[in-house]
Design a binder for this molecule. Structure first.
Ligand code: CUA
Length: 655
């Protein structure tokens, strides 16, 4: 009971602080903004000039990934990942529908949380960015040449894929951890029997270094805690991975009280190299599973979905020395490792202090077998033995820590709504700045690597309140950009973001922009319905299916007159864009289609299905203003009654 009262007290304080901030905001924002300083100049990117960084912000409950320029905060693109996107037909076109296939069938939405950019030797390399789908557990890989989601793999035995997607320093693995423990395999059982029976799967997905292709190497079946966030070891701790846990009480109801009983939860330290070796030598147990692996081929422009039927599981008890628990106060959220790999920060969200563990001390304690009990057979290290230091009372509600590569750390405090800069090694607080409001994650470009680019800190705030013009009860989400090059952090800019920005990742533009794809070569188009030359243009009937093999170039469709289609037919428009110029996509839309437009990139082929329901002569048109004659880029398709015997015909430019 005492514990519950403590929690209540904490929440009262929290509410008071949030209220306090709301009252102070006008005061707080004055002198923080641009007019009294040269802040505006420092975020101003003149017309025609480019931003210094690409910033990738998770789209949260939009399921997508937003691409922003930094420091301007300009939204450059919304990359569709886990959700259908009518703007470019993602998940609507026949080619992309398989990307959203899962063991639950077609799932057109998810909750995307934590992007992480691929690395080589612990440095950002600009090849790929990964992001997790939280709700229906999935990991996506997006190519930073195409800026397209190229692959999505579903994670079996997982639920609430939250401690994901974080990558090891040579992109050997992208790691996904379950937030909710569940019965494995799933079965009908009483919820009351959770404790001791549910499992938490930590999934290690290996990444092919040539193609980026992902495959689940193994799943570590951990006790039924909640695995909240994770980070890889790096440099000296490369080979280890660290996961925060909460609900080590294994409560299954009223977690706000019941999962806050223990003074300390754990950070799970996983020696993945040791488990990899065990698995490579034939260790582990193959168990039946059912999960989708979806790949978009850049030559066929077509996705395929394969259901995989087996996964390799590893019981931590079978690999002695591979997993340890580091006691960490209190319900830690973020789990962050500094660029040297020595310090592991547990952001105990209900703790007054910030706990920092030492990797070196952890190894010593393991070597000397200084254990303080065990949980489900996994040794628990002694808190004092592995403690590197404590940042004393830095704020309330620490969530996440990032690093600038100059020996400083920046921790976000949700409850006291601030970012606190502190010194790694001495643990002294150097600076604090308020944020508006209730910051969750923070991000420094490359902050999750050996070599951060410590110029900016972006606060990813949970509450927007009065920072922008009101737009009814639903407000845009909010980020704030700080200059962190001086002793004091300096707020430069507020900018809105789509969905809820959870984590973000940023990379110098020069590592990505020169490789950005401009067109797809028509000659390399291997789509099975591509029309590479006008002589291949045709319309074919196969029972009630009609396939239209069409192409497009400024400013017409070929064909643009089609007859012989009937009510009850299923019409496939297979359209190839013959442009070979940068930034000349064409769109395609037809009246009454029960999906979205197509937006077809130069050299690519895409397919829209249309099921005409009404007799008539129906127009289709290009949706993307592509030339002075864009309005002329249109055509007609005649739909006759179901019993009509009008023959299929098609033409372009005939009277
Ligand atoms: Cu093609 Cu507008």
């Amino acid at each position: 009971m005492k514990k519950s009262i403590n929690i209540l007290f904490f929440l009262v304080i929290a509410a008071a602080l949030v209220g306090c901030n709301n009252g102070n905001d006008k005061k707080g924002s004055k002198g923080q903004g641009g007019l009294s300083t040269n802040a505006a100049e420092r975020v101003y990117v003149a017309p025609g000039e480019h931003d210094e960084f690409y910033g990738f912000m998770s789209g949260g409950f939009s399921g997508q990934l937003g691409v922003y320029g930094l420091p301007s905060g300009r939204l450059l693109k919304v990359l569709p990942v886990f959700s259908q996107n009518p703007e470019n037909g993602w998940g609507y076109s026949e080619e992309t529908k398989p990307m959203l296939n899962t063991s639950y069938g077609f799932v057109p939405w998810d909750d995307s949380h934590h992007p992480d950019i691929s690395q080589t030797n612990g440095e950002l390399d600009g090849r790929w960015i990964f992001i997790n789908g939280n709700n229906t557990p999935r990991i996506a890989r997006i190519g930073l040449e195409s800026f397209k989601t190229e692959e999505i793999i579903e994670i079996p035995n997982s639920a609430g894929n939250h401690s994901s997607s974080f990558i090891t320093e040579n992109t050997e693995y992208v790691v996904a951890g379950t937030r909710f423990s569940v019965p494995v395999p799933q079965k009908d059982m009483s919820i009351n029997e959770y404790k001791g029976n549910f499992k938490g799967a930590l999934t290690f997905i290996n990444v092919d270094q040539e193609t980026g292709r992902m495959g689940i190497k193994f799943q570590l079946m951990m006790p039924g805690f909640n695995y909240d966030l994770s980070h890889p070891g790096r440099d000296k701790s490369h080979g280890w991975f660290f996961f925060t846990t909460y609900n080590t009480e294994e409560a299954h109801s009223l977690l706000e009280v019941n999962a806050s009983q223990n003074d300390k939860d754990f950070i799970a330290a996983v020696n993945w190299k040791k488990i990899e070796e065990y698995v490579n030598n034939g260790g582990g147990t193959k168990v039946p599973a059912n999960y989708a692996h979806n790949i978009l081929d850049e030559h066929t422009h077509t996705a395929t979905s394969t259901m995989l039927k087996e996964v390799l599981t590893v019981n931590p008890m079978d690999v002695p020395g591979a997993v340890y628990f580091l006691p960490t106060p209190k319900s830690p959220h973020g789990c962050d490792v500094d660029p040297t790999g020595e310090y592991i920060i547990g952001n105990g969200k209900l703790s007054a202090d910030l706990t920092v563990h030492s990797f070196t001390k952890m190894l010593d304690a393991i070597e000397n077998k200084k254990f303080d009990g065990e949980a489900y057979g996994i040794p628990i290290l002694n808190f004092e033995d592995i403690l590197a230091g404590v940042v004393k009372q830095p704020g309330l509600g620490p969530l996440h820590t990032e690093f600038d590569g100059k020996g400083n750390a920046y921790t976000t405090f949700f409850i006291s709504s601030e970012v606190v800069k502190w010194k790694v090694g001495t643990w002294e607080v150097l600076d604090r700045q308020p944020v508006f409001y209730s910051v969750g994650h923070g991000m420094i470009p490359g902050g999750n690597s050996r070599k951060p680019f410590g110029k900016y800190f972006v606060a990813l705030n949970k509450i927007t309140k009065d920072r922008y013009l009101p737009t009814g009860p639903e407000l845009t989400q909010s980020a704030q950009l700080f200059d962190i090059t001086g002793d004091k952090m300096e707020l430069l800019l507020d900018f809105p973001t789509i969905g809820e920005p959870h984590y973000a990742a940023a990379i110098p533009a020069e590592l990505v922009a020169p490789n950005s794809r401009k067109i797809y070569k028509l000659a390399e188009n291997k789509h099975e319905y591509a029309v590479l030359q006008d002589s291949d243009v045709r319309v074919e009937r196969d029972g009630k299916e009609v396939h239209i093999y069409m192409n497009m170039i400024r400013s017409h469709f070929n064909p643009d007159n089609i007859e012989g289609v009937k009510v009850g037919d299923k019409v496939y428009f297979h359209i190839t864009n013959h442009e070979q110029d940068f930034d000349v996509p064409h769109g395609f839309a037809v009246i009454g289609a029960n999906n979205a437009e197509l937006l077809i990139m130069p050299g690519a082929t895409e397919t829209l299905v249309w099921e005409p329901k009404q007799v008539g002569v129906w127009p289709f048109y290009c949706t993307d203003f592509c030339s002075a004659l864009h309005q002329e880029m249109q055509g007609y398709i005649r739909v006759s009654p179901a019993d009509s015997n009008i023959e299929l015909s098609w033409s372009l430019g005939e009277d």
